[in-house]
Design a protein around this ligand. Sequence first.
Ligand SMILES: C[S@@+](CC[C@H](N)C(=O)[O-])C[C@H]1O[C@@H](n2cnc3c(N)ncnc32)[C@H](O)[C@@H]1O
Length: 222
Amino acid sequence: MTEAPHLNAIRQSYDTVAADYATFVKDPGALDPLSRAVLAAFAELVTAAGLGPTADVGCGPGKVTAYLSGLGVDAFGVDLSPRMVELARAAHPDLRFDVGAMSALAADDGELGGVLAFYSTHHLPPESLPGAFAEFLRALAPGGHLLLVTRVGEEEHQRRTYGYGGGDPAPFDSYRLPTDRIAGLLEQAGFAVTGQTLQAPEEGAKRPVAGFLARKPEGCRA
Ligand SMILES: C[S@@+](CC[C@H](N)C(=O)[O-])C[C@H]1O[C@@H](n2cnc3c(N)ncnc32)[C@H](O)[C@@H]1O
């Protein structure tokens, strides 16, 4: 199957900035209390359900994968960028990290107990989100949980051309959708949205951050 062109663009850009990003991004333990509470709630849900491992899709340098693991979650990471995966493996040699796309997970139907997408879905053009959400649903066991955290906006498309921390130039397309649109797409994919958070932009940021907890319904055969 031929790859969608936007995936190659994302891969190349994150390969370029991977080392800067790994330095720039906060350790999850230093995140604000609500972000940590949402991750803790997700960790509690997936460990209590005990349905299978949790995929951190778009894991980057693996800091959040390792944080989840520290909360007792059987977590592994998946990222499009081979350089990010190299850095994640080097920093967390005890954990599994795979190169791959969130829209084609290397997991059997119903194999996963959890899927985390932490600031990783915004690079997908909106028309690609239904396919990614359908893939999360397919890979999750019935009763399994998804946590998606992303900045939201009014159907905005931004193009940045510089790297994290002012590093090497690299283009990044980002799409900021309204919370209702994201929740609606999750429901259309077959998820039951079980919780939503909305955080005002922190100092220096323009857009609020939304968190979506969603569950694959029992009896769902997708
Ligand atoms: C902003 S970084 C977030 C990394 C990590 N989740 C964190 O919070 O530190 C976005 C990551 O998502 C990855 N990514 C973007 N689109 C992806 C896709 N379709 N499949 C897999 N990974 C993707 C990028 O390569 C990048 O490493």
